[in-house]
Ligand binder design. Structure first.
Ligand SMILES: C[S@@+](CC[C@H](N)C(=O)[O-])C[C@H]1O[C@@H](n2cnc3c(N)ncnc32)[C@H](O)[C@@H]1O
Length: 227
């Protein structure tokens, strides 16, 4: 009896290892495609806990605020196609440095890098920046993250909001982020969750943090020397 039990258990463990091995061979794009769902507004969205939080909790709160009328959304992909419908009444602008992603982008789209936002947008241009899944997906080390943060600071108006989302997993953890001072910003408590961060329950270990610019209305392009 004992022998049969052991054999069944080792067989189970062999199958489980095999399943894990096969899963590792499946490209991220195929894994994501299996999570595609039709969403209101004719969008195709991702049925993942972090995406549901972003689209159904955090973005709607910002979209409801009178003071939040313009948004810069960083990074586009098939699952952010038509994302502008999530921001009714707001001016929606997207940016991605990969020209191939422009086909998923909004009508207001720039092919360019967040490390050079000053090349495309004037100071204080936006009320809100959403930088989700970009740190760890191309902007990874401290130096680049610091540059991106200073560019966000520049193009956000005083008191503007910044949402940063990233995957806290071995494949995409932006090691530079925790070591980077998010200079010019303070953490912001998002009212619907009464917290300045959200750690999603999904296996991708997606995290969000919310910030607000502490730039004073009188700070001009000299902000780097003032802060
Ligand atoms: C994983 S996708 C994230 C898409 C989307 N923002 C989201 O909510 O999931 C990462 C995107 O960031 C873009 N990206 C990476 N580094 C960038 C940079 N320096 N400037 C602009 N886009 C960048 C990539 O081209 C890619 O399309």
């Amino acid at each position: 009896m004992e022998k049969t039990h052991l054999s069944a258990s080792s067989e189970k463990s062999a199958v489980s290892s095999l399943v894990k091995m096969v899963k590792r061979c499946v490209p991220d794009s195929v894994k994501l495609a299996s999570k595609a769902r039709l969403r209101p507004g004719g969008r195709i969205g991702l049925n993942l806990p972090d995406r549901i939080f972003l689209e159904q909790v955090s973005i709607p709160w910002f979209a409801e605020q009178e003071e939040t009328r313009s948004v810069l959304d960083v990074g586009t992909d098939w699952y952010t196609w038509k994302y502008e419908v999530l921001f009714p009444g707001m001016e929606y602008q997207s940016i991605d440095f990969d020209a191939a992603k422009a086909k998923f982008a909004s009508p207001n789209h720039v092919v360019g890098s967040i490390l050079e936002l000053d090349q495309y947008f004037e100071e204080n241009r936006f009320d809100l920046i959403i930088c989700n899944g970009v740190f760890g997906w191309g902007v990874d080390d401290c130096a680049d993250i610091e540059t991106a943060v200073s560019q966000f600071f520049r193009v956000l108006r005083p008191g503007g909001y910044l949402v940063i989302g990233w995957n806290d997993n071995d494949d995409h953890r932006p090691e530079g982020f925790e070591k980077t001072d998010v200079k010019g910003f303070e953490r912001f408590v998002l009212p619907p969750i009464e917290s300045d961060h959200f750690n999603s329950a999904g296996s991708n270990r997606h995290q969000f943090r919310f910030y607000r610019s502490v730039k004073s209305a009188s700070v001009s392009s000299q902000h780097e020397t003032i802060l």
